[in-house]
Design a protein around this ligand. Structure first.
Ligand code: HDE
Length: 720
């Protein structure tokens, strides 16, 4: 039997509040806090009815405004204070509700309740984010993505505040302000927005070479995810799991996307930043609205403490990952996002994560980054959310009761009863009491700590390049080429040649050939002696190259004009939609478009409102419609751009002539008289109606597949 708790958990919070005392009628539950404004009269914040809030009070219709107009002053004063400080990092983000369910009882490893009961659906809220940009910056910039999960568990709230890359730039929290100051827009002119492609960032990298490994990930395709749904997540730090007998294991947390891991190409990412700055946000919202709920599996890598020193990296070093081939990832549960927010500000903006939000059974390690984060998050919320009571904001409340002797402060919502706000007390019978045996209570691993007070890192943290090289070794050729291209782009944007050169010289420590390729592209000097790759190993799990074929959720643009062939369109589009893909009809005008027989179909986009970078594939059905599109430059550009970005391009009959005219080169297209489907480098064409079923099936397979990188060799540089 499955038990489901929903969030915001009006019932549990109401009962939590009930237990706080007899003044329940004065304490509003969460349902009461969610206000619908349907069929209501307009009031001031004091509840006084307003007949007109559109005209200011004046002395005469052309006279001066009156200071006494409290309706105007209240409205504008509130407006003047509508914004709260944005997050210093991760300001741009989006969130959704869902639930987590563990596959099996993990009691052997942990006493965390949400990891023990496979029948329990634990409510969660997830916020995805970029790091560098301001709150209004575009979604598709090259950046690390935040992957922060709040579990509303029966033991209290647990936050797993991770990223979409398994390592971090620095090894010590005290360097975080330096890293972020270097990454953010430069202080004199506040340029560039949401970009690492500028001098201060790369100056920081070359003078803080512990960043080498994360920088390789930042230059990889992982930094431009196609969708929040198609990225993995990582807790990065090493944590501990503790079971009821106190046995401890080290653990790394992973989120494995069940949508596959997919990225944009850099040119596409830049174009989307202008065409649809909300691209990733919109994608997540629409997927959930359409019932296509994204899912991730929670993975754990478990390490026995006796093996702590068995590896050539330090397990406390957040710039290192644990290769899955050495320590396999066990998939232990599933996260499903199934509900969009009701109010972005109340939920996504006001949610406050903190790596110190732990539950019994999960504990910290001495990772110096993690240790620093434990301070930073609570501290930042104090200024962002305006005081110490932000845990009372609905989205931050646990689903279990809160009882302690903390009182008052800005924006206190709880009306605490009783005369004592201290422990020990006799006046209130010693309540609230410390958790007793049988009641869940947090207990740290009583690990032994010793050492001198120093400001020093362990020698075991000092290898900066082996895993950077391991990552590079593990990638497919296109992925490696993208890294070279990304370095060339980023360094090419740096004004100071010594900065470019210092990075090139740093890359020589990772892989001499990489540094040479980058140097050639960005005008720096190729190092005199090219070093061999710092690692000879590879970890295939780090590559994104082999993802399952999955047409579900892919978006196909269908380009038509008056006189298109209905049977062709229906056959292919029905096959696509049956496989879970979305098709969108694009024509020169929005509204009805007639097929060859005079029947109409609705086009929802035009070549002005839509652009190929917002779709996964393009299909041009046969008929006069395709011939009509031959004279439409925007339509031709649509197809050739999709081709340039290595996406599936599919055409039938006259549609093939349209493709030929669009400028697509270097691939074979079906010729008149060809009986069967012609497939070349992801371009699928058909001339003979007899093969239409095969054509539709192959279209579905192509749409669910990978990009056709083999084209990149010929098209990049040929088509502007
Ligand atoms: Fe964060 N980080 N961080 N961080 N971080 C914040 O907290 C900080 C680090 C991460 O969607 C801030 O509420 C320090 C690693 C995510 O609301 C701030 C250090 C990882 C989010 C902060 C780190 C992260 C944040 C800004 C170095 C991956 C967004 C606003 C020790 C494991 C959470 C806020 C959300 C947000 C500090 C390093 C992930 C300033 C000092 C490593 C996903 O407190």
């Amino acid at each position: 039997m499955e038990k489901e708790t929903t969030y915001p958990n009006a019932k549990s919070n109401a009962s939590a509040n009930m237990q706080r005392g007899a003044a329940n009628d004065k304490i509003r539950d969460l349902d009461a806090e969610r206000v619908s404004h349907n069929d209501t009269k307009l009031t001031t914040n004091q509840g006084v009815g307003i007949a007109d809030d559109q005209e200011i009070q004046r002395a005469g219709v052309r006279g001066p405004a009156l200071l006494q107009d409290f309706i105007f002053r209240e409205k504008v004063t509130h407006f003047d204070h509508e914004r709260i400080p944005e997050r210093i990092v991760h300001a741009r983000g989006t969130g959704a509700h869902g639930y987590f369910q563990v596959y099996r009882d993990m009691s052997d490893l942990t006493m965390a309740a949400f990891l023990r009961d496979p029948n329990e659906k634990t409510p969660v809220f997830v916020r995805f984010s970029t790091v560098a940009g301001f709150r209004g910056s575009p979604d598709t910039v090259r950046d690390v993505r935040g992957f922060a999960v709040k579990f509303y568990t029966k033991d209290g709230n647990y936050d797993l505040v991770g990223n979409n890359m398994p390592v971090f730039f620095i090894q010590d929290a005290i360097k975080f302000p330096d890293l972020i100051h270097a990454l953010k827009p430069e202080p004199n002119n506040e340029i560039p927005q949401a970009q690492s492609a500028h001098d201060t960032f790369w100056d920081f990298v070359s003078t803080n070479q512990e960043s080498a490994h994360n920088v390789m990930w930042l230059m990889s395709d992982r930094a431009i995810p196609k969708s929040y749904r198609t990225m993995d997540g990582f807790g990065i730090h090493t944590f501990k799991l503790i079971n009821a007998s106190g046995a401890v294991k080290f653990v790394k947390f992973h989120w494995k996307s069940l949508q596959g891991v997919h990225s944009l190409v850099w040119d596409e990412a830049q174009r989307i930043a202008g065409k649809d700055p909300d691209f990733n946000r919109r994608d997540l919202w629409e997927a959930i609205e359409n019932g296509n709920y994204p899912q991730w599996e929670l993975g754990i890598q478990v390490l026995d403490p006796k093996d702590e020193f068995k590896f050539d990296f330090d397990i406390l070093d957040p710039t290192k990952l644990w290769p899955e081939e050495l320590i396999p990832v066990q998939r232990i549960g599933k996260l499903t996002l199934n509900r969009n927010v009701t109010n972005f500000f109340a939920e996504t903006e006001q949610i406050a994560f903190c790596p110190a939000n732990l539950v019994p059974g999960i504990d910290l390690t001495n990772d110096p980054m993690l240790q620093g984060r434990l301070f930073s998050y609570l501290d930042t919320q104090l200024s962002r959310l305006g005081g110490p009571n932000f845990h009372e904001i609905p989205i931050n409340r646990p689903v279990v009761p809160v009882h302690n002797n903390q009182r008052d402060g800005m924006h206190r919502m709880t009306i605490d009863e009783g005369v004592s706000a201290y422990y020990r007390n006799a006046l209130q019978d010693g309540q609230p009491h410390p958790a007793q045996r049988g009641e869940s209570a947090f207990a740290s691993d009583p690990a032994q700590v010793e050492g001198r007070v120093v400001r020093n890192r362990a020698e075991s943290f000092m290898d900066f390049f082996t895993q950077a090289s391991l990552f590079f070794n593990s990638l497919s050729n296109p992925e490696r080429q993208h890294i070279v291209d990304a370095f060339r782009f980023e360094l090419g944007k740096c004004k100071h040649m010594p900065v470019r050169q210092a990075v090139v010289d740093m890359l020589n420590h990772i892989d001499g050939e990489l540094s040479k390729q980058v140097a050639i592209g960005c005008g720096a000097t190729v190092p005199a002696t090219l070093k061999p790759a710092a690692s000879k190993q590879s970890s295939p799990a780090l590559s994104m190259a082999h993802q399952p074929n999955m047409p579900k959720g892919r978006k196909v643009a269908v380009l038509i004009d008056q006189g298109f062939d209905r049977k062709c369109l229906d056959t292919v589009c029905n096959a696509l939609t049956q496989a879970g893909a979305c098709v969108e009809i694009i024509a020169p005008k929005q509204g009805n478009v007639s097929d060859a027989g005079g029947k109409t179909i609705m086009s929802t986009q035009t070549f002005e409102t839509a652009t190929s970078v917002l779709y996964d594939a393009v299909f041009v059905p046969c008929g006069q419609g395709a011939s009509a599109l031959l004279g439409n430059g925007n339509a031709l550009h649509f197809a050739v751009e999709a081709f340039k970005h290595c996406k599936p391009v599919v055409a039938c009959g006259e549609g093939v002539d349209f493709l030929a005219a669009s400028g697509i080169r270097g691939v074979s297209l079906a010729k008149a008289g060809d009986k069967s489907v012609v497939e070349d480098q992801g371009v699928l064409t058909l001339r003979d109606w007899g093969a239409i079923q095969d054509f539709a099936a192959k279209t579905v397979a192509l749409v669910g597949g990978e990009r056709h990188w083999e084209r990149a060799q010929t098209v990049f540089g040929i088509i502007a």
